[in-house]
Design a binder for this molecule. Structure first.
Ligand code: HEM
Length: 192
């Protein structure tokens, strides 16, 4: 593997890197200090981007699984979704085009966020606006965002199988908490 982060060793390994932070293969500013608003180190961020490729290939399936798990644990949330609130069984939810369409939008957002960890201004601004758009939903409550955490982690685990190591579990825990916290802030406060 060409990237120094794929080798064993500590995060300060910086042989093969120039002062700009680019390594000899021109693979980007791996040595650039991370934004302090991102609670991941360089190696964790690298591992997340690599692992997420496995989710990105199964995006629609992961999204549907996430919502099915969300409704399994929180049946009362189903009534918020006018286009598929009548789907009471797991089977009918798994097969619903309407649910898949919505799940794809949410997963598309998460995908964009995980691709934007080098630009925390964009990450935060975008998630605040996603949070804000939920204000128009009657009966929505800020706490609902946090219900997505468990469903997200379970869906990612199911899709990644043995690639969902303890290390990756820790990283996904950190990133989904940050995403949901930021979305909830945008729901609650005005930032624009
Ligand atoms: C990271 C978490 C979340 C993201 C990124 C997200 C994203 C979105 C987006 C992009 C839309 C707009 C879809 C459109 O324009 O049609 C939307 C709508 C909606 N979201 Fe979320 N959402 C999140 C969490 C949640 C949670 C936890 C709930 C729980 C109930 C929820 C309930 C809804 C509902 C009811 C709508 C409206 C759907 C409709 O009009 O049929 N969202 N969400």
């Amino acid at each position: 593997m060409g990237c120094p982060l794929s080798k064993s060793g500590n995060d300060s390994d910086n042989q093969n890197q120039s002062k700009t932070g680019e390594n000899k293969n021109g693979e980007g500013a791996v040595n650039k200090p991370l934004d302090p608003r991102l609670p991941l180190n360089v190696r964790q961020k690298f591992n997340l981007s690599k692992s997420w490729k496995g989710i990105a290939r199964e995006m629609d399936m992961t999204g549907v699984l996430m919502f099915v798990k969300l409704f399994e644990d929180n049946a009362e949330l189903l009534k918020l979704f006018t286009s598929f609130q009548e789907l009471k069984t797991k089977q009918s939810q798994m097969e619903s085009m309407e649910l898949q369409e919505h799940a794809s939008k949410v997963m598309g957002n998460l995908d964009e966020m995980i691709s934007s960890l080098d630009n925390m201004d964009y990450f935060i601004t975008h998630l605040h606006s996603v949070g804000k758009l939920h204000r128009k939903l009657p009966d929505f409550k800020k706490e609902y965002f946090f219900k997505m955490e468990k469903a997200f982690l379970e869906a990612v685990k199911e899709v990644l199988q043995d690639r969902y190591t303890e290390n990756m579990e820790n990283i996904y825990n950190i990133i989904i908490k940050l995403i949901l916290q930021t979305v909830a802030e945008g729901y609650e406060n005005d930032y624009d």
